[in-house]
Design a protein around this ligand. Structure first.
Ligand SMILES: NC(=O)c1ccc[n+]([C@@H]2O[C@H](COP(=O)([O-])OP(=O)(O)OC[C@H]3O[C@@H](n4cnc5c(N)ncnc54)[C@H](O)[C@@H]3O)[C@@H](O)[C@H]2O)c1
Length: 342
């Protein structure tokens, strides 16, 4: 369910509810801002479980606390967990639901832009492990996903911008029309149902063709090989950056890698770089050593051997996966963004 009015449709869906009881997982912000919007559609006796907000809490210890609460409330296999929040809540909640009692049904109600167009759809669940992003997780698919912009009213402006990073990514890898729309219309405050639907559909179509990421789905990782490495580095340094910021940075670096590797022509490359710089600022890797970036990139889940695998655009709207960059070109590219030697 995507677009304005989908929460109401979800309410109707819930009234034919074939499940038992309902628990809602939210974080400290979405329990205040979003739960009151959802609550009128819930049956009496629904339970709210609230966790602290932020990537640093996307951890197994938090899952244990949620499992314990579900257990304490006597939740059983037919009961339902609704994940109400940004990507941290949708990733943790889906993981908890997919493992509690070996799996209970869950619904994704993403409330950040990033979660609506990406994290809340596609069936990837998980938590971080010792600063390694999404190291522990499952593939598990919700019984329903509700992407209603009604929740975005309270989203801080910074989160709008960073959430739009995944929309730009979807446009670059698979939807040149969405790219043209995004170039003309800033996502905040002009988000239209068409923009939201196009961005969601890019992900849905890809996941439909390759749910378990055997091939095509890897294109969704454009910007993430560098982005996740940078995010992990900052998380380990106790100075986390948002996922959207890291992906915006990663897309600029990986677009240059694609250009230098000869798979992306100058014109689309310049268009990608100029647009991303305008929206997110110029990518800057100063303060991180080349060797540190390589260390974190080696943990990337797309790697199948010692080589680092990238998903790289070959044009606007078209992307390839399993691309192994020449080590010297990769090194020069990273250093060109002010990464430090060593
Ligand atoms: N599973 C996947 O396929 C997938 C894909 C992309 C990203 N992710 C994950 O998603 C996470 C990032 O998601 P995110 O950017 O949504 O981060 P987030 O969940 O931390 O949300 C960002 C902030 O916005 C707040 N917030 C969310 N909705 C709000 C609302 N409606 N009103 C007010 N405040 C609100 C949250 O409380 C939080 O403080 C990362 O952990 C990333 O790894 C997962």
């Amino acid at each position: 369910m995507v677009g304005r009015g989908s929460l109401k449709a979800f309410g109707e869906w819930l009234s034919d509810f074939p499940y038992g009881r309902i628990a809602v997982l939210a974080d400290e912000n979405t329990s205040l801002c979003c739960f009151p919007i959802l609550q009128p559609y819930l049956p009496a006796g629904s339970v709210l479980i609230s966790i602290q907000a932020g990537e640093q809490h996307k951890q197994l210890s938090i899952c244990e606390m949620i499992w314990q609460q579900l257990n304490a409330h006597g939740f059983q296999r037919k009961d339902l967990l609704i994940c109400l929040g940004g990507g941290v809540v949708t990733d943790i909640g889906a993981f908890v639901a997919s493992t509690y009692l070996r799996g209970i049904p869950f619904v994704q109600v993403p409330t950040s832009l990033l979660a609506m167009v990406d994290a809340g759809i596609g069936g990837k669940t998980g938590v971080d492990l010792q600063h390694h992003k999404n190291r522990v997780g499952t593939f598990a698919f919700p019984v329903c996903t509700v992407c209603d912009p009604v929740f975005l009213q309270t989203l801080p402006v910074r989160e709008w911008k960073e959430g739009s990073a995944e929309m730009y990514k979807h446009a670059i890898i698979a939807d040149a029309v969405l790219w043209s729309i995004l170039k003309e219309h800033p996502v905040h405050p002009e988000l239209s149902d068409e923009m939201l639907e196009r961005a969601v559909n890019v992900k849905l179509n890809i996941v439909h063709l390759d749910p378990l990421e055997k091939g095509l789905r890897k294109v969704l990782n454009f910007g993430h090989t560098i982005g996740h490495a940078y995010e992990s580095f900052r998380l380990s340094a106790g100075d986390p950056v948002s996922h959207g910021f890291a992906v915006a940075l990663g897309m600029q670096v990986e677009a240059r890698l694609a250009r230098r590797s000869g798979c992306l022509e100058e014109e689309p490359y310049s268009e990608i770089i100029d647009t991303l710089r305008q929206v997110f600022g110029a990518a800057d890797l100063s303060g991180i050593l080349y060797s540190e970036l390589m260390h974190w990139m080696r943990f990337d889940k797309k790697n199948s051997d010692a080589r680092i695998s990238f998903s790289l655009p070959v044009d606007i709207g078209n992307c390839v996966w399993d691309s192994y960059a020449d080590p010297e070109i990769l090194r020069e590219t990273l250093l060109s963004f002010n990464a430090l030697e060593g």
